[in-house]
Design a binder for this molecule. Sequence first.
Ligand code: SF4
Length: 705
Amino acid sequence: MNSLKKYKTTCCYCGVGCGIVVTDTGNGRIHVEGDKEHPVNRGMLCSKGMNLHYTVNDKTDRLLYPQMRMNRSMPMQQTSWDEALERTAAVFKTFIAKYGPDSVGFYVSGQCLTEEYYLWNKLMKGFIGSNNIDTNSRLCMSSAVVAYKLSLGEDAVPVCYDDIEASDCILVEGANPAWCHPILWRRVEAHRAANPDLKIITVDPRRTQTATSSDLHLQINPGTDVTLNHAIARVLIERNWIDNDFIANHTDGFEELSAKVFERTLEESALICGVSVDDIQKAAYWIAQAKGFLSMWTMGLNQSVIGVNKNLSLINLSLITGKIGKPGNGPFSLTGQPNAMGGREVGGLANMLASHRDILNPEHRAEMENFWGGTKISDKMGLTATEMFKGLESGKLKAIWIACTNPMVSLPDARMAEAAMKNARFVVVQDISSRTDTIKFADVVLPAAAWTEKEGTMTNAERRVSYLHKIGEAPGETLADAEIICRFAEKMGWGAHFNYKNFGEIYQEYTRTTEGTNIDVTGVSYNLLKQNTVQWPYPAKDRNAKGTARLFEDHQFYTANKRAKIHGVPDANESESTNNNFPLILLTGRIRDQWHTMTKTGRVNKLKQHIPMPFLEIHPHDAQERGIENEAIVEIKGKRGSVKVKAKLTDEVKPGNVFLPMHWGRVLGNDFGRANNLTNNLVDPKSKEPDFKYSAVEVVKYQKP
Ligand code: SF4
């Protein structure tokens, strides 16, 4: 009889949130398989999920005990938790006393569990008295967050995964789910196999795997998404393929959009976008004909200096056709990280408070001040991700605590980020791995437990909250992140407010902050989640339900007047310009088998086999002009730095565009491939999300010095 213990939990890689069954095979080792009963993946796993156990079983690079050094010319020394946290608290108190609470900051991650995120926020906003906490989710989701709030009144994904099977037209824009959200894509493909009439349209400057499997690929020029979405809207309006009753009864702003989309002829728009008028009309026709129209998007829209406008122009298509709040319909932002949504629920951005409250709203601040019983919450917006590092560079921010993320590879304009870290007066790095590019800048290193060594909750892209079991003991002296935060709070003198009997108590405290809000989860508890995953909102009165699969079925939106807002936004791109020295547009993005900065996937040999080294996709025409052959080493030169990689000649990119994957940094891939040597630090003015997908570069054949 097999006596090995099995646990149902959730894959920790991406926002799809697949259910997995983990078998504890002893000695800290595990085996992973897909959970056949899970509503998200029904037993399926992608290549990353299938190989998840290697990231836990291989402990060669695990941080096992706290370390610190008194200055950066010294090597790190092992120390005790008490010493490490006492020193950190002493430094934080000194800076706060001398320069004020805004002199310190926390930079955390969409990989953190909801309980951890909640505590980081409570500590910084409710007790330290600054709003300087931001997250790497700022780099991927914040444009969608702002656009949902502006159009639907709330950062709330209105659809669920089951809408895939109820749709008959899917528009994928600025996303490559075939590689980056593979289980969702398999559901799309299975739906198409059963329903050959399903139309899939992909909008992407690259011919990705998703584009190849689509019925129509609109291969637009980078930065022209708003122009394209407006052109589609124009066709829908011109042909009266819109839902006039829905527009009249449930929306505002249609006239503004209508005026905007008629500013350009279809021919002009087609020329700007680099696609044909026929294809724009075909896309509009398929959207109009569909009983179920689902749009899906991710970084191609979000990571842009006009990311919010791109999002709004896409959401408009659902609103003017009334294709929202019904099975198979709605605008669906595909979350990148496993708990980006959970982090926002507890207020994990510099402009938010718990339960989607706003920092700038005095009533919201007062509610949380009363709830936490700590210090007065600052009415000043905190520093966002890139602002924090600019703050370190300028000396305005003195100390930063970085948890579960590797900004030296993931932040734009890596040279500026490095200069910032060198200039920081005090850096704490909390991680599970010693192999990150960020750790070498640390004054204090805190070893954290991995996802199978702690318990807590996460929320996936369809608002589904899951419980993660603690499966094995954390090695060495590592601690769960939530415990580290509570111990630090105690050293700061706020122990009574961070004194929890268990992790469930932290979660229950968070759920109480949601009472009466749009994201009410007062009916959710660990006990419930150990039986089932549930989708929010899930108020206490719905205790026996599975939550809310789809929002706005009553067409009552979360805006003040309950009407959705259609926006007519400008379509001009505001990215940096190409010029004679830097004539090519650099696009960055992911590859199928790697995740973020490879701190996990880079350790799995099987995953390296797919694409082992960074590469530059360049069109044969551009390569020929520069005397570059396939596989030749090239130097990509930008306004801020350079990168050397092998060239891959392909017509998957258009002439004038080149593509470089974003995963490689120095530790795992040497300096050859760090894409962020080239990216710029422009951000969307509303979401503060960086413009990762549009930088001016030149490519030359590499000449050895
Ligand atoms: Fe994990 Fe995402 Fe793959 Fe699902 S799709 S197995 S959540 S990496």
